[in-house]
Write a protein that binds this ligand. Structure first.
Ligand SMILES: CC(=O)N[C@H]1[C@@H](OP(=O)(O)OP(=O)(O)OC[C@H]2O[C@@H](n3ccc(=O)[nH]c3=O)[C@H](O)[C@@H]2O)O[C@H](CO)[C@@H](O)[C@@H]1O
Ligand SMILES: C=C(OP(=O)(O)O)C(=O)O
Length: 307
């Protein structure tokens, strides 16, 4: 197989995946840019992850469901999507437990049966729409969301002055007339602030009163949106994994380029607050993570066209 792709937000190594699969009995050779993988049977084993990687945790669970014996994953990722994967596998007849905690157990089974499963609402899409309402000083009612999955984001939105009400599956947000800056946004594995919401939160802070401090701890190169936001009038200084955002009164429409998925989303958000027209090139990046965002935003009254 080829190496995995994804947004260019840093090196994105897969060493934790490969080491774990090898420990389970897979033979994997890396050759000429490809991975040659072979296994007649995988066996359960104890795995200690150096970092709670979401992809590696999911990959190991998937490898372990039909493996012989029990697999234990320590320092596992605790994201809600891992819990959803556990529910899905167990509904099919698998045996996974511990998802949502740092230790996950998977007992291999022989087969699965059919099942109907509804995946959890996308917390990053929900967070992006909340920021859209906040940046336009508007209000929004999101239905069919899991507020519990968005606690770190809601906490920051309250800090900037938004009034938020939430129950089991609804979030209602009303933005303040003047957005306040946040002391700091530090991206962390769940339940910390998600790296996938960093650029959207930054777009919001470009028009807040005061200085906000961003620390990106998950990916080495996830500030590519900053140079585009600066083109729109934002005041941002970046030094390695740290960005300092000084809020400005107004952003101005410009021609900018989406370099990755969430960075592209942050440009759309900035465009909502900017004076005049914004053209976002390479917007295809955004479409990988949002289902018809231009249609949804049109419903909210935005004049947005996809060409
Ligand atoms: C913890 C975290 O926030 N994970 C995010 C990560 O998941 P994704 O699964 O893509 O990434 P991981 O959680 O695996 O990566 C987190 C960190 O672990 C490192 N790493 C990962 C695998 C590996 O084999 N070796 C290694 O060193 C990565 O370089 C990165 O610094 O990006 C996705 C897309 O933006 C997000 O939806 C996830 O929430
Ligand atoms: C970077 C992202 O996705 P991927 O891991 O698919 O590149 C993302 O969802 O923000």
């Amino acid at each position: 197989m080829a190496y995995p792709g994804g947004c260019e937000i840093g090196p994105r190594p897969i060493d934790l995946h490969l080491r774990s699969l090898r420990n389970m009995g897979a033979k994997i050779e890396e050759s000429h840019g490809f991975l040659i993988c072979e296994a007649t049977e995988l066996r359960g084993t104890e795995i200690q992850l150096d970092f709670p990687s979401v992809g590696a945790t999911e990959n190991i669970i998937l490898a372990a469901v039909f493996a012989k014996g029990t697999t234990v994953i320590r320092n596992a990722a605790r994201e809600p999507e891992i819990m959803d994967l556990e529910r899905f596998i167990n509904a099919m007849g698998g045996r996974v437990w511990g998802a949502g905690t740092a230790t996950i157990y998977v007992e291999g089974v022989d087969n699965f049966h059919d099942v109907e499963h509804r995946i959890i609402p996308d917390r990053i899409v929900a967070g992006t729409y909340l920021v859209a309402a906040a940046i336009t000083k508007g209000e929004i009612h999101l239905k069919n969301v899991v507020p519990e999955h968005l606690q770190s984001v809601l906490y920051k939105l309250r800090e900037v002055g938004c009034i938020i009400d939430a129950d089991n599956s609804n979030i209602y947000l009303r933005a303040p007339e003047r957005l306040l800056s946040v002391d700091s946004v530090k991206t962390l594995p769940y339940p910390g602030f998600p790296t996938d919401m960093q650029s959207q939160m930054m777009a919001l802070m470009t028009v807040a009163d005061g200085i906000s401090f961003f620390i990106e701890t998950i990916f080495e190169n996830r500030f590519k949106h900053t140079e585009e936001l600066i083109r729109m009038g934002a005041n941002i200084k970046v030094d390695g994994r740290i960005a300092l955002v000084k809020g400005v009164k107004n952003l101005t429409g410009a021609t900018v380029k989406a370099k990755d998925l969430r960075g592209g989303a942050s440009l759309i958000l900035a465009a909502l607050a900017a004076d005049g027209k914004t053209v976002i090139e390479n917007a295809r990046h955004v479409e990988r993570g949002y289902d018809n965002i231009h249609v949804e935003l049109s419903k909210l009254g935005v004049n947005i066209i996809k060409t």
